[in-house]
Design a protein around this ligand. Structure first.
Ligand code: E4P
Length: 223
């Protein structure tokens, strides 16, 4: 199982890399917009400095046509390093580009997946990760668990090395459901991670244990 952070916020990345085994940082133009238009590649290099060389960063292309996607991918790889995952929307042009990029040794994340057929074609095109958009699928009455499970079954049956990184979460139940359905990875916003650990019952349980220890031994430490 892999947990990635769906954010380019430097403070959030600094915070969460201390607390979770961070398997990646994912971005898209909307996530980038939240950082207020700072020079993009400079910002990605700051993220790289924060997470170190072993944590993959997934950076999305802007172009929508085949040649443009290849050009964007080359620029991203040149600016952000060989280990960067190129996020390519799973369109017709995107699928053609994924095949070329894989032939050229790129790491590729097929993104904007709403349907099983997109995922199946991206597997066959050679994508390293598939990013189904869980909440957006639910908004459209598409069953994300069924799609994730179908993709997972094909990956297992065909012994593909491709992984599913489920994305677009608006609540924690969706995250658990994606993992249960077969997603090997999830990318989650800092706000959702915070919500998952901020439940008052958690803090109360920890406080109650501390009080009981102190009442028993009249000290707050083990020895
Ligand atoms: C992954 O990086 C996806 O682009 C992202 O999770 C999409 O999330 P959204 O549906 O909130 O835009």
């Amino acid at each position: 199982m892999e947990f990635m952070l769906d954010s380019l916020n430097l403070d959030a990345i600094k915070t969460w890399k201390q607390f979770i085994p961070l398997a990646g940082v994912t971005s898209n133009p909307t996530i980038t917009r939240m950082e207020g238009g700072k020079p993009f590649f400079q910002h990605i290099r700051q993220v790289r400095d924060l997470v170190g060389d072993s944590v993959p960063i997934h950076v999305q292309v802007i172009a929508q046509d085949y040649q443009g996607i290849l050009a964007d991918a080359a620029r991203i790889r040149q600016e952000c390093g060989l280990s960067t995952y190129i996020k390519v929307p799973t369109t017709k042009e995107g699928l053609a580009a994924i095949q070329s990029l894989k032939n050229d040794g790129y790491f590729v994340t097929a993104t904007a997946i709403y349907t099983a057929i997109q995922g199946l074609l991206a597997i066959e095109a050679g994508a390293d990760y598939l990013a189904p958009y869980f909440n957006r699928m639910e908004n459209l009455d598409i069953d994300p668990e069924m799609v994730i499970h179908q993709l997972w079954q094909v990956i297992e049956r065909e012994k593909k090395s491709c992984k599913i990184v489920a994305a677009s979460f608006k609540n924690l139940a969706q995250v658990s459901r994606a993992i249960a359905a077969g997603a090997q990875a999830v990318t989650v916003s800092p706000d959702l991670l915070e919500a998952g650990l901020a439940h008052p019952s958690i803090a109360k349980a920890v406080d109650d244990f501390a009080k009981d220890w102190e009442a028993t031994y009249q000290r707050t430490s083990l020895d």
